[in-house]
Design a binder for this molecule. Structure first.
Ligand code: SAH
Length: 390
């Protein structure tokens, strides 16, 4: 057994661990050494003293342990280096040559609480847990050695860090980051603000869905919750007109720059609450051939679910009302508290409420550089469904 502080689980905690889930809740801890600090690596034991793995400890969060390994190998620089190599080799398989892609997706890559995104030669790193936070100097060395990045920016502004007692900041700690990094995504060129954009700059989880959307572009397209134009830009070449709606002026300014960069001049940019826009568009009798709905997570926790369900129902119902016969709805949800079957049930209800018959063309999830860990259902959060209406 590794020479580490010992944390003992309850019987329930042990059974939970045997499901393969990489987290343990605080209620499932039977015994913790008093000196154990946030970010410490601990050896985890069953009530009987059997070794169950090695995990990062958290003092504040409800998630008390995040397993790093179920094995007893030394967790050292070589261990992390091998994990990084595996993560990079996987990206070469599923996203070769992709300029903007996720290189490390937390638990799914064996790096609990760590995200690393690449925008061309520039890296954005986000630690969401004291474990990887403390390892940061070592991780940055590894990243620099393997990838020789032009810059590394710490996007330590994700609010979940506060739950772990970590502070918020954004800083380029190595190299020089230009104000905007230009990346190619399919046929589009996109400008990325690695320090100030939402997430680490782009919603990379939707990359393959944006590419899959491209061939559907035709007639009038509505991209609600458009951010910097992701879906709309990909749909634009085949369309007569694209309307992008977002509540954020900053996002729309970036969308305008992206449109110009791609020589697209049939896009219209509307700063509005998408709920209000959809409602008015229905009242005004507007019609579209393609509608994209990619809202932020409405159900951030179980508590939010009732309101979230109503929100999804409303925007999907209005989208169905707006579609011309033969029109296509691309509807997404990134709430992990809402499973795909429930999401499809809401979309079905929305179609019925709008008096439309809808056909499910394609069900999609996050891009393959965002693999979901089978035993961590929380990592399979993104749903993206393509439907066609009669
Ligand atoms: N489809 C985009 C990502 C969308 S992220 C892409 O592929 O790049 C969700 C966007 O919804 C964010 O840009 C956020 O600013 C916007 N947003 C959040 N609430 C909104 C609301 N009520 N009305 C309009 N936009 C909203």
């Amino acid at each position: 057994m590794p020479d580490l502080p010992l944390v003992r689980l309850t019987g329930k905690g042990r059974r939970w661990r045997l499901t393969g889930h990489p987290w343990v809740f605080r209620d499932d801890l039977a015994q913790v050494p008093p000196a154990l600090a946030a970010g410490d690596l601990a050896a985890v034991l069953s009530p009987q003293g059997d070794f169950l793995g090695q995990a990062f400890f958290s003092v504040l969060s409800r998630i008390a342990l995040r397993f790093v390994t179920f094995g007893d190998e030394p967790v050292d620089a070589a261990f992390w280096g091998a994990r990084l190599d595996r993560a990079l080799a996987y990206r070469e398989l599923v996203a070769p040559g992709v300029e903007a892609r996720r290189l490390i997706f937390g638990e799914a890559d064996g790096f609990p609480g760590l995200v690393v995104d690449a925008y061309g030669a520039h890296l954005a790193v986000q630690t969401l847990h004291p474990g990887p936070e403390r390892l940061l100097p070592e991780l940055l060395e590894l990243l620099a050695a393997r990838l020789a990045p032009a810059s590394i920016t710490l996007r330590h502004d994700a609010e979940v860090r506060l739950l772990e007692g970590l502070t918020l900041s954004v800083e380029t700690v190595r190299g020089v980051l230009p104000e905007r990094v230009e990346v190619r995504e399919g046929a589009c060129r996109l400008l990325v603000d690695v320090q100030g954009g939402q997430k680490t700059g782009l919603f990379l989880d939707q990359r393959e869905n944006r590419l899959a959307a491209a061939p559907w572009g035709r007639g009038e397209v509505l991209d609600a919750f458009a951010y910097q134009g992701g879906f709309g830009l990909h749909l634009a070449p085949g369309a007569e007109r694209v309307t992008l709606v977002d509540a954020s002026e900053t996002a729309l300014t970036a969308a305008r720059q992206n449109a110009a960069l791609n020589n697209l001049n049939h896009l219209e940019f509307v700063k509005d609450n998408a709920f209000a826009f959809l409602k008015r568009a229905v009242a005004a009798g507007r019609r579209f051939d393609v509608v994209v709905l990619d809202p932020p997570a409405f159900a951030k926790s179980r508590r939010d679910r009732p309101g979230a369900l109503k929100g999804y129902l409303e925007i999907n119902r209005r989208a169905f009302q707006l579609l011309r016969p033969g029109g296509v709805l691309i509807t997404c949800s990134c709430s992990y508290n809402l499973g795909e079957p429930e999401f499809l049930e809401i979309v079905r209800q929305a179609a019925v409420a709008a008096g439309r018959t809808a056909r499910l063309v394609e069900r999609r999830g996050a891009a393959r550089d965002h693999p979901a860990l089978l035993s961590l259902p929380e990592s399979a959060y993104l749903k993206c469904c393509f439907l066609m209406v009669d």
